[in-house]
Every structure is written in structure tokens, then in C-alpha cells.
Design a protein around this ligand. Structure first.
Ligand SMILES: *Cc1c(COP(=O)(O)O)cnc(C)c1O
Length: 399
């Protein structure tokens, strides 16, 4: 029997669900790319993007996924042979570092493992040892979408600032912008990168690089940057086409305008953060109840260190694989694969799964995902504790 006819639900941690309103805003023919509506839309989008990150910094928009934003951030301010400190908490900071390595940067990895957040004390120690200021940049993710850890950006920013270390502080908010509190200026972040397909509820394809004055000064010290990735012409554009180094990503911009209307001008950014917290706690409550017997547990033990956008879950051997297959084939709910916890070729790969709860999610979506998992546990005879759904619903009822 199959029960999946009806609206299918994508509960993976990116790309996330696109609201119908955003889809509809994109469903139109190509516009004039030289003047008129599109130009006006972009001049309204820029201040909204700044508001999203609580910053007065500049922001450049690239036609790329998150990897492009990673490259833009590095290539504008760093040169071959520069040393970069990478703060690993799962997968994504390491991947950013790997991209840096391909650009000729020297990667110094401080790895905090897959189950904990960065430790500011260890960072202090590491920077103290860097007496000649060889480290030119520090790379961190706010939310590591693989481990589902949330790092304390504020704490790391304070460490760097209090030591007066000149390294640029670069933060990846690809999974966290629009889901999680983020204050770029207050938290002393020099460069922040984000992308369209997670908290911003769009398809993948545009990305954002936020650049403060320290970062702009570092760009001035570089002789040359590839004219596509160079952020200077994008920030100083006198013609509209210079903003995007060619044709604008027209439909992404129409979609983004609508998404920002929803996030900033209807729901409100603080309310968006609060909603993500409720749904995250709802998911944690269910998993904790299921894990009260059996062998299912949340990858990140400390609630203070858990992401509000994604939850990584560990199960007994192979159970996550059976569960994912069942929820997708029978129930119409797609869960995320475990990422970075085990090699995709190893049997352990099927011990992990992730639930995305970012962006356009509400009670029926989150409870629907949890309900499908609850049924999947039963259908597959996976040992689990009772009352997972009751625990989740209590969080929704009582906050
Ligand atoms: C999704 C994600 C990326 C990668 O983004 P792409 O658009 O796939 O290049 C990088 N960092 C984090 C934290 C992510 O969640």
C-alpha cells in the first residue's frame, strides 16, 4: 500500500520548501534588465538583506550556490600562501577550507569533532600561539548542517577582537540566515556568506557575501581579483549590469523580493527566529521520547548548541536507512541523509538521518514529518520509546 498521494513534503535541510507565493512571483516572462521594475526591486532588496543580518555592511549578490560565495569571500581578501584557521564542527567549515586549499591557501584545521561546538578557549590559545599573525582569516559556520551544531559566533568574535588579532573573521550563515539570530556588526564578523535555498526559501542559485570595512580594506591590499568574483565593481556599480557582472538573476530576484516581504515585512525577523526555536524544540522533544528506549539520539546533546534549522539524529545500525526509505516511498515525506558522519559507501552511513525544519515550515508540516517518522518506526519494527508525537505537540501547545 502507498499513502503518499497528496502534497509531498521535503523535510531535508536544504534546499527547503519554496512558498507558493515565492513560486508565483517567479512565474513570469523575462523583464527588461536595463531599467524599470527589476532595477527598483534590487535597490529595495539591498537594505532588506542588510536588515536580515543586522548590519550596516555592504552586500554583494552572486549568481552561484554557497560554494561560489565561499570562493568570493576567500578570493577577494586572501592570496596564495596565506594561512587560514578553519574551525571544524562537522563538515562545512572543512569543505570551505578545502576550497581554500585549492586556491593555494594554507589550511590550519582546529577540529572540535562532530558532536560539539567550537570552544572559544581553544581558539584563544591557538591565536596566542600565532605571535607573528600568520593567520589571515578564521573560517567558521554558524550552523553546521551536517552535525546540526550551532556555534556561538558572538563568543568567537569577542575572542578575536579582545586579542586584537588582525585575522578576518568569516562566518558561513548559509543554513542559518533567516532561521537563527545573527548580528553581524555586534558580533564582530568581517565577512558573512549566505545562499538562497535554505532559510530564504528560494531555489539554489544566488548567494550573498556581506563585507564590512575591515574586509573592504583587505580587498584594497590585493593586487588583483578575478573580475567575476571581485566584489568591488559589484559594490561600486554605476550601471545595473555591473551589480551582477552581466545579466541579473532575474527570477531569483523576483522570488527573493517576495521571500523578504514575508520574512521581514509580514512575519518579522524576530518572530521568524522564535518560530524556528519552537519547531526545533518540537523535533527534539519527539526524538528524545523515541530515544527513551531503543537506540535513537540527537547528535548534539546540549540544547544550547543545537541548530534551530536542522536536527541530526543517530540510530542503531541501518535503522535510519529503512526509516528514510519508508517515509519517502509510503508516506510522501523525504528526510535528509546523514551527512559527514560516515562515508556514503560504508554501512554506518544508514545509521544517521537529518530533519530539516528551516524556512517555510508550520505546524502541519513539522507534525506531519514527525508523524511519518513515528509511523515509520512502527512499520519497520524499529525499537523506540512511546509518546514522541505527544511530546512534540506539547511543545507547540505550551511553547
Ligand atoms: C548548504 C550549505 C553549504 C553549501 O551550499 P551550496 O549551495 O550547496 O554550495 C555550505 N555551508 C552550509 C552551512 C550549508 O548548510
Amino acid at each position: 500500500m502507498s499513502l503518499h498521494y497528496g502534497q509531498k513534503l521535503l523535510s531535508i535541510p536544504g534546499p527547503s520548501v519554496i512558498p507558493d507565493r515565492v513560486l508565483n512571483a517567479m512565474h513570469r516572462n523575462n523583464p527588461n534588465i536595463y531599467e524599470g521594475e527589476l532595477v527598483d526591486i534590487v535597490s529595495g532588496i539591498i537594505p532588506d538583506l542588510k536588515h536580515l543580518a543586522k548590519t550596516d555592511s555592504d552586500v554583494a549578490i552572486y549568481i552561484s550556490n554557497g560554494h561560489g560565495a565561499w570562493e568570493a569571500a576567500l578570493t577577494n581578501v586572501l592570496s596564495k600562501g596565506d594561512k587560514v584557521l578553519v574551525l571544524g564542527t562537522g563538515l562545512f567549515a572543512q569543505r570551505w577550507g578545502k576550497l581554500g586549499k585549492s586556491l593555494g591557501l594554507i589550511i590550519d584545521l582546529l577540529d572540535f569533532g562532530k558532536q560539539s561546538s567550537v570552544d572559544p578557549a581553544q581558539i584563544t590559545e591557538h591565536l596566542l600561539a600565532d605571535k607573528n599573525h600568520q593567520i589571515k582569516a578564521i573560517l567558521m559556520v554558524q550552523t553546521d548542517t551536517a552535525s546540526s551544531v550551532r556555534n556561538d559566533v558572538d563568543a568567537v568574535g569577542r575572542v578575536i577582537k579582545s586579542m586584537a588579532h588582525p585575522a578576518l573573521f568569516m562566518v558561513d550563515c548559509i543554513a542559518s540566515l533567516g532561521t537563527e539570530k545573527f548580528l553581524m556588526d555586534d558580533w564582530n564578523v568581517d565577512i558573512m556568506v549566505a545562499a538562497s535555498q535554505k532559510g530564504l526559501m528560494l531555489p539554489a542559485g544566488i548567494s550573498f557575501v556581506y563585507i564590512n570595512n575591515r574586509a573592504k580594506a583587505a580587498r584594497e591590499r590585493k593586487e588583483s581579483v578575478s573580475s567575476y568574483w571581485d566584489w568591488k565593481p559589484r559594490l561600486e556599480a554605476s550601471r545595473f549590469s555591473e551589480l551582477f557582472c552581466g545579466t541579473a538573476p532575474t527570477h531569483h530576484l523576483f522570488g527573493l523580493r517576495e521571500a523578504l516581504n514575508i520574512i521581514l515585512h509580514e512575519e518579522g525577523l524576530e518572530a521568524v527566529w522564535a518560530r524556528h526555536q519552537v519547531f526545533a524544540r518540537c523535533v527534539w522533544a519527539a526524538v528524545e521520547a523515541w530515544g527513551s528506549s531503543g537506540r535513537m539520539y540527537l547528535n548534539i546533546e546540549d540544547p544550547e548548541k543545537r541548530s534551530c534549522a536542522v536536527t541530526a539524529i543517530s540510530t542503531a545500525s541501518g535503522d535510519a536507512g529503512y526509516l528514510r526509505k519508508w517515509t519517502e516511498d509510503v508516506a510522501g515525506v523525504t528526510l535528509g541523509v546523514g551527512l559527514g558522519m560516515a562515508s556514503p559507501n560504508s554501512p554506518e552511513y544508514e545509521n544517521f538521518f537529518r530533519i530539516g525544519h528551516m524556512g517555510h515550515v508550520n505546524v502541519p508540516m513539522v507534525m506531519g514529518t514527525l508523524g511519518a517518522i513515528d509511523a515509520g518506526l512502527k512499520a519497520n519494527n524499529i525499537d523506540h520509546g512511546p509518546n514522541g508525537l505527544a511530546a512534540a505537540s506539547a511543545v507547540i501547545a505550551h511553547g
